[in-house]
Design a protein around this ligand. Structure first.
Ligand SMILES: Nc1ncnc2c1ncn2[C@@H]1O[C@H](COP(=O)(O)OP(=O)(O)OP(=O)(O)O)[C@@H](O)[C@H]1O
Ligand SMILES: [Mg+2]
Length: 262
């Protein structure tokens, strides 16, 4: 392994998060994580265990109550992280080109340069011909592709994605997973992606961080051994089935602990 591939992008040290209020909630407890530069980390865990909170803290949208995050990615003019949220990821009043070009606007890049970058990414996510279309004229899968293209086009070295494919139907989701894995394999940004799908985590990730029921703690960090480039063909690998089963068994305990059915 080269020195570069072992450099750390984010170092999460003893991070806890408490939301005070009428019902004080401890969302995260003592999270320690090391995220390698250029790696893709998938976070899985039961609903309410603090995945989105952790992503927001990583992206500096929220602060930790205790502990710290050491950011090692060097940035010049662009934000360190770009986000893809599950919903409301596109501006309805902008067309596709304007939506994708918006990311770089923050970095003060000229309009023509931004549009050039945006057209390149529109091509990479398969939306050529739709540059002038507005989000309401597109399918849910196409809107997600706009959000993904915009995040890549910002030039930010890290992408933080919160269930980016969660709202898609099963077939579109599979195609989008393959598209996302190949875009990332070409770009190698440092990505943290929250997902509820174990298959998706195994297909995309270098590692899976499994969180426990709230207060969210790191239960396990699992290295994913499959060779790259990857496609959904890895699902035929017996190792894939074995890992999927093991991860589900461990996750199931946490999901059960997080539910309070009587
Ligand atoms: N701004 C906030 N104020 C108060 N409590 C919050 C806030 N944001 C999150 N929480 C609480 O923190 C806990 C973790 O929430 P978070 O959204 O991070 O979970 P999650 O793992 O992303 O869940 P899901 O899988 O359902 O998206 C929850 O109990 C939630 O109610
Ligand atoms: Mg969430």
């Amino acid at each position: 392994m080269t020195a570069e591939s072992t450099a750390t992008a984010f170092e999460v040290r003893g991070v806890s998060k408490v939301f005070p209020g009428a019902t004080t909630v401890q969302a995260l407890r003592n999270i320690d994580l090391s995220l390698r530069e250029g790696s893709l980390t998938c976070i899985v865990g039961p609903s309410g265990c603090g995945k989105s909170t952790l992503l927001r803290i990583l992206g500096e949208l929220e602060s930790a109550t205790t502990g710290e995050i050491v950011h090692n990615l060097k940035v010049d003019r662009v934000p360190r992280s770009a986000f893809v949220f599950q919903e409301h990821g596109v501006f309805p009043w902008f067309n596709v080109l304007q939506n994708v070009a918006f990311g770089e606007q923050m970095a003060g890049v000229s309009k023509s340069r931004r549009e050039e970058t945006a057209r390149e990414w529109i091509g990479k996510v398969g939306l050529v011909g739709f540059e002038g279309a507005y989000p309401h004229q597109l399918s849910g899968g196409m809107r997600q592709r706009i959000a993904i293209a915009r995040a890549f086009a910002t030039g930010s070295p890290s992408l933080l994605m919160d269930e980016p494919l969660g709202a898609l139907d099963a077939q579109t989701r599979i195609l989008m997973q393959e598209q996302l894995v190949s875009l990332w394999e070409a770009e190698r940004k440092t990505v943290v992606l929250v997902t509820h799908s174990i298959e998706e985590a195994l297909l995309l990730g270098d590692q899976i961080v499994m969180m426990s029921a709230r207060p969210g703690q790191v239960k396990e960090v699992i290295d994913i051994p499959f060779e790259r480039p990857r496609s959904t063909a890895i699902e035929a690998d017996p190792e894939f089935a074995r890992m999927k089963q093991d991860i589900w068994e461990s996750l199931r305990d946490e999901v059960q602990a997080s539910l309070s059915f009587k």
